[in-house]
Write a protein that binds this ligand. Structure first.
Ligand code: PAP
Length: 344
């Protein structure tokens, strides 16, 4: 089976927060490893660090080092890359359902009892060679489904040089990304830190200071790579997925090497996948209302936080005219490529 449903299931909170010393020790030491990195204000942690032009949490930097040194990609790997809050959860569900569609019926599908992040884990969830989950990653069947928020420029050569793995990248109107991210992180922000206003988040986002940002630089990195290597990188837009889910899922199947046959199309398999992965369906499932996802040994998130509104244009309800103007200006200055702009 592609993906990791059995052992990455959602968890209840009790008893999970243990054994985090190794990760945290390295976090605390990041300043010694990279003593001269610029720092910026964090959204969820005290600060972010700037590494090769991109902003990461200290832990994100630690994870990157792990990926650089230990991760061994396989030619058959399928990667989902995204900036946070651009549609990762949704696309994980769609890819998982597409790739595994001959294995499961739609009435007892794993996505009905497991959060998409449980089926399609983040690469840096497997942090240590001595950790059993690392062995699980190594032993897992082909194709492995793995996701990352890392910018293209920071991916290790081993992931991109031979150009045999496939990447699916999703991006979204930065105004909705900002609103979604601020809402999400406000819920997860440690109580010890002072409140974090939307105005403050907006200012940092515009300056590029947000996890895996600047947002626009990340989008451009994958866009350029997908223009250069279209067989390896599929570049998708959240808004297109909302508008034409059937067409996008068919394209996804083809790109991933799992094209839908005419018979499947006639039987309505594409529609079934779209329905299974819809916001309405996933957000109402018990697993996504009541369970918790364990991203790593010390990071737990209520599944319900991955499903907020799931619409295009919520920014109209949240941002001032001035904010909208400034974000649109940055977007039109930076995302100059054809098809990269947004209706607004
Ligand atoms: P992540 O980076 O934490 O994984 P991600 O899944 O990329 O988050 O983005 C979450 C957004 O996708 C939320 O948007 P909102 O805050 O504007 O509502 C979430 O509601 C939305 N989302 C989640 N699942 C779906 C879905 N099935 N269809 C459409 N949108 C969805």
């Amino acid at each position: 089976m592609a993906g990791f449903v059995p052992s990455q299931q959602s968890h209840t909170i009790s008893g999970e927060q243990k054994d985090i010393d190794l990760i945290q020790t390295t976090d605390e030491n990041h300043g010694e490893i990279f003593p001269n990195l610029p720092t910026g204000k964090g959204w969820m942690s005290e600060h972010l660090v700037q590494y090769q032009g991109f902003w990461l949490s200290p832990k994100g930097l630690n994870n990157l080092m792990w990926i650089q040194h230990h991760f061994k990609p396989r030619p058959s790997d399928i990667f989902l890359a995204s900036f946070p809050k651009t549609g990762t959860t949704w696309l994980k569900a769609l890819v998982f359902a597409t790739v595994n569609r001959t294995r499961y019926g739609f009435s007892d599908h794993p996505l009905l009892t497991a959060n998409p992040h449980d089926c399609f884990p983040f690469l840096d969830a497997y942090l240590h060679e001595n950790d059993p989950s690392f062995l699980e990653l190594d032993a897992s069947p082909t194709p492995r489904l793995l996701s990352t928020h890392l910018p293209y420029a920071l991916l290790p050569d081993s992931m991109i040089v031979n150009r045999s793995s496939r990447f699916v990248y999703i991006y979204r109107d930065p105004k909705d990304v900002l609103v979604s991210k601020w809402n999400f992180l406000s819920k997860l922000r440690p109580k010890e830190l002072p409140p974090f206003s939307l105005e403050e988040a907006f200012e940092l986002f515009c300056q590029g200071i947000s996890h895996y940002g600047p947002y626009w630089d990340q989008v451009l990195g994958y866009w350029k790579a997908s223009s250069e290597f279209p067989e390896n990188i599929l570049f998708l837009k959240y808004e297109d997925l909302k508008e034409q889910p059937l067409a996008v899922v068919k394209r996804l199947g083809e790109f991933l090497g799992y094209p839908f046959s005419l018979e499947e199309e006639n039987k309505g398999v594409v529609e079934d996948i779209v329905k299974l992965c819809s916001f309405e369906n996933l957000s109402n499932l018990e697993v996504n209302r009541k369970s918790v996802h364990k991203f790593s040994r010390d990071s737990l998130v209520d599944n319900r936080h991955f499903f907020r509104k799931g619409i295009v244009g919520d920014w109209k309800n949240c941002l001032t005219d001035e904010m909208i103007k400034r974000l649109n200006q940055i977007t039109s200055d930076k995302l100059f490529g054809p098809g990269l702009l947004f209706d607004n």
